[in-house]
Design a protein around this ligand. Structure first.
Ligand SMILES: [Zn+2]
Length: 680
């Protein structure tokens, strides 16, 4: 590893800090913390921490000795001064007199000693930093270091790799006990550069930020060299028989990792998936996977993101569905047994977390990260890849061995770790994947946004890729835009494969792509009628078929929603070419409701009228209003309620239908009241 320290950048940050009252030491701590945080070989997703001991005036203006420490769960890569709360140092150090300190008491004590009472909670590793005498302390879970120390003879390997420059602290759960043990080892052995925390990570220190940072880089480089020098065996990648394609495998994986919601009949708890299939993943998937997958996490704080073990599925070949389901059931049974045994060991009182896997390995294909959101799934996949890298290197020089099962349980069920995930109340469509066709138009865009706001992951499909991209970007980084021409079977197939590859499956389809053609029915060109049917009927049918295929593979129900027009119920003069396929679409919706109700798949429609959109442009509104001799406003509000209906109103109706678990074959009217278009 090379040092990323650039003196000019460091000085620039110091100069910028000076303008907002941040001293040079704190500015350099921020600089070093970001450098460490931005290297994925050192820390991932909120892992690791840094600290500085300094003086700062308290509320009375009195110079006070404090420790600036990274806040719990904060991301080092993006750290700001607010993510480094200052805590009075002397009271913390006085705690050395205590033999033990219960978590809640410790947190209350830390909070009582914050200089800013509104600051976030300090890292759970604050006491380790506070007890060490050095001014700057850095702690990471560096990949190469973990490969060296996650071994049965980790202490010996550590002595060899770091030539005694780091003292070895045997594994203890992070927190007060580990801090006491670490300072005891430090005072006894007086290491020059830092500490190794067995089965956990590395600590380096220094008189200034650069020294602590560069020692970290140097020590990790020593670990890398040690790995290179000691390679005994390497796994050889041989080619697998071609597995089933990802788009076919992912919905099965997602389905077997879903659970029926016991509190709400017809509801499912489904994960969102993130797939990875690179070389390391595939090579490890060929090695002694059964043994390695039982090995556990490479460092304690990964357990909250990945659980302790991945679910290993059989290769994605014939009868994969049944084999995957059996394996998932065994995983859940084993997790429940693990919980019951260890809950008993600690005297009971823990509440079991959901028993479903967070990482799924499919030999020959790759790995999946699972989460309640796409973001969680990405984090789980990143950590799973890290696990693979550490384990495969550990196996090259010896044999991988992590913390004991009991230690992993204590970590997984430690309230302070769970707190890092934050108290979340899931939005109503959390974990669901929604596809909106025609997402580039006014109603499509509003609908995509409304589903995202209700917690769903969204794929925005449109024939106009730029318009789809705009819709996806308005939602956020995890929404995906896909070009899709619903009149072309191959385009629909490719788009729905992309959805399954990106999110793992699909739960809600909003069939919204459409366009209006006009003509007096007895005289209209047959070609016009056919073009309208091609888009407004067959386009919807193609998308619905593609969605059904994924839903049936998942076996977790689903929801089809169609945008039928008022024309389907109450035809307008000379609108036959548009209204007739829309009437057929309403029949299509009913047919889906009938044919797939037994699979838990619902089909419903929204019957909307007079919405400003690509179909009802400003010019068109002017023309209609003039033709009827009314103002534009009167034209737009010409309904029983006298209120203009908007794209957002239609979007909300779609979301409501997605939430109505006991409603199928229904048409929701969103038109402000039009008695001629009212459904019987
Ligand atoms: Zn740590």
């Amino acid at each position: 590893m090379k040092s990323g320290w650039v003196e000019g950048d460091a000085e620039a940050l110091v100069a910028r800090g000076a303008k907002s009252g941040i001293g040079p030491d704190l500015a350099l701590l921020i600089y070093a913390t970001r450098l460490l945080g931005r290297d994925r070989k050192l820390v991932l997703h909120g892992g690791g921490n840094t600290s500085l001991k300094a003086k700062t005036p308290d509320v009375l203006g009195e110079e006070t000795e404090v420790i600036y420490i990274k806040a719990s769960g904060a991301d080092m890569a993006e750290i700001e001064p607010a993510g480094l709360p200052a805590v009075r140092l002397l009271p913390l150090r006085a705690l050395r007199a205590r033999d033990a300190m219960p978590d809640q008491e410790l947190i209350a004590f830390e909070r009582a000693n914050l200089i800013d009472p509104a600051a976030p909670n300090p890292s759970v590793e604050i006491m380790l930093h506070a007890f060490l005498p050095q001014k700057f302390v850095a702690h990471t879970h560096a990949r190469a270091v973990l490969s060296v120390i996650d071994q049965p003879d980790g202490e010996q390997k550590c002595a060899d790799a770091f030539s005694g420059r780091l003292a070895f602290v045997p594994y203890l759960m992070p927190g007060f006990g580990l801090a006491k043990k670490a300072i005891e080892v430090f005072e006894r052995t007086k290491p020059s550069d830092g500490l190794i925390l067995g089965k956990h990570g590395i600590v380096t220190f220094g008189a200034d930020a650069r020294e602590a940072y560069e020692r970290m880089i140097e020590m990790v480089t020593l670990a890398e060299d040690f790995l290179d020098r000691n390679v005994k065996k390497r796994t050889i990648v041989t080619r697998w028989r071609d597995p089933e394609p990802l788009a076919a495998v992912a919905p099965i994986v997602r389905g077997v990792c879903s659970q029926q919601d016991e509190k709400l009949e017809g509801a499912w708890r489904r994960p969102v998936l993130e797939f990875r299939g690179n070389g390391t993943v595939l090579s490890l998937l060929q090695s002694d996977l059964a043994r390695l997958s039982e090995g556990g996490v490479v460092t304690p704080d990964h357990t909250i993101r990945t659980k302790n073990w991945p679910l290993v599925l059989p290769p994605a070949e014939l009868d994969f569905d049944k084999a995957a389901r059996d394996a998932a059931e065994k995983f859940v049974a084993r997790y429940r047994d693990y919980f019951a045994r260890h809950n008993k060991r600690v005297g009971g009182g823990k509440i079991e977390l959901d028993p479903l896997p967070r990482v799924v390995l499919v030999p020959g294909l790759g790995l999946f990260g699972l989460g309640q959101t796409k973001q969680d799934a990405v984090i789980a996949a990143d950590i799973a890849e890290e696990w693979m890298a550490v384990v495969s290197n550990a196996e090259c020089i010896g044999s991988f061995e992590a913390m004991s099962e009991a230690d992993m349980f204590d970590m997984e069920y430690w309230p302070l770790e769970q707190a890092k995930l934050g108290a979340r109340t899931a939005p109503p469509l959390a974990g669901q994947i929604a596809v909106v066709t025609g997402a580039g138009g006014a109603i499509g865009r509003a609908t995509a946004k409304a589903f995202a706001a209700a917690g769903a992951e969204v794929a925005a499909l449109d024939i106009d890729f730029a318009a789809a991209s705009e819709a996806a970007e308005a939602i956020g980084p995890y929404a995906v835009a896909i070009e899709c021409d619903v009149t072309a079977a191959s385009s629909v197939r490719a788009a729905f494969d992309r959805v399954a590859e990106t999110f793992g499956g699909l739960d809600i389809l909003v069939g919204n792509a459409g366009a209006a053609w006009q003509g007096r029915i007895g005289e209209v060109d047959e070609d016009i009628l056919r073009r309208s049917f091609e888009l407004n009927f067959y386009g919807q049918q193609r998308a619905a078929q593609a969605a059904i295929k994924i839903m049936l593979a998942q076996k977790t129900g689903g929801c089809l929603l169609f945008n039928v027009s008022k024309q389907a119920v109450n035809p307008g003069a000379n609108f036959g070419p548009y209204g007739i396929p829309k009437a057929a679409l309403m029949a299509l919706m009913r047919q889906y409701a009938l044919d797939y109700g037994g699979d838990g798949i619902r089909a419903n429609a929204v019957n909307a009228d007079r919405i400003r959109s690509g179909l009802l442009t400003e010019d068109f509104i002017k023309e209609r209003a003039r033709a009827r001799g009314v103002s534009e406003q009167d034209y737009m509000t010409g309904n029983l309620l006298g209120r203009e209906v908007t794209a957002d109103d239609v979007a909300q109706a779609f979301v409501h239908l997605a939430l109505e678990l006991k409603t199928t074959a229904s048409v929701a009217t969103v038109d402000g009241g039009n008695i001629a278009a009212a459904m019987r």
